[in-house]
Design a protein around this ligand. Structure first.
Ligand code: PPS
Ligand code: ADP
Length: 198
């Protein structure tokens, strides 16, 4: 920390008050996976369904956050680490505000994800690995980024020249090359019901 002489102020309305008023729990659904694995697609489908059910939710998406809050960051290892650190802090604020927040970032490094997990109370951080073989992501290539990376037009591309470390013990693993989007949504909602979050 660079700043000193700071005092933490306890809020008068606390997380549990907001959860009680909302009538559901709050948590972060932390998606991780290769580009093109389906993070955004599944995150938005989950968001639609939660919203339809009247649940207070929000999606933080990699591409979007990099247009604003994290526009100063690139794709070096250090910048990705800082990207994930900031998103983790933002996600914590959302959880504190009583929402179910979904984050859709590649978040390639295990240690970065574990540092985010450590910000949360037990059960609040739900790591969801969108597992999809690189070949399938590259076949989908929804933004033609793999094609550009193979031609050398993008450097440090995850899965090509930059590593992706799969989670060892995610709360959920979704094989997006085997499950349909509605099946993935159902799996995630069932988990939230079983944990009495919704
Ligand atoms: N070099 C490189 N490597 C990976 N991805 C790249 C790169 N350059 C641009 N993009 C686009 O940025 C999106 C990934 O941003 P993230 O913030 O999720 O990345 S990270 O978590 O910091 O690794 C990623 O979005 P998704 O395809 O949705 O994953 C890409 O659209
Ligand atoms: N079962 C599935 N789950 C998620 N996406 C799928 C699935 N089957 C095909 N797709 C397609 O794969 C692509 C995934 O892209 P996207 O959601 O942007 O991935 P990411 O956010 O991980 O980069 C989309 O074009 C989507 O329609």
């Amino acid at each position: 920390m660079k700043s000193t002489n700071l005092t933490w102020h306890e809020a008068t309305v606390i997380k549990q008050d907001r959860r009680n008023q909302n009538g559901h729990g709050s948590c972060v659904l932390w998606f991780t996976g290769l580009s093109g694995s389906g993070k955004s697609t599944i995150a938005n489908a989950v968001s639609n369904e939660l919203f339809r059910q009247g649940i207070d939710e929000y999606v933080l998406d990699g591409d979007n956050i990099r247009h604003g809050l994290n526009r100063d960051l690139g794709f070096s290892d250090a910048d990705r680490t800082e990207n994930i650190r900031r998103i983790g802090e933002v996600a914590k604020l959302f959880v504190d505000s009583g929402k179910i927040v979904t984050t859709a970032f590649i978040s390639p490094f295990r240690s970065d994800r574990d540092q985010v997990r450590a910000l949360f109370e037990e059960g609040e951080f739900i790591e969801i690995y969108i597992a999809c073989p690189l070949e399938e992501c590259e076949r989908r290539d929804p933004k033609n980024l793999y094609q550009k990376a193979r031609k050398g037009e993008i450097k440090d591309f995850t899965g090509i020249h930059s590593p992706y470390e799969a989670p060892e013990k995610p709360e959920l693993s979704i094989a997006s090359h085997q499950l349909s989007v509605p099946e993935a949504v159902e799996k995630i909602l069932t988990f939230l019901q079983e944990k009495h979050i919704i």
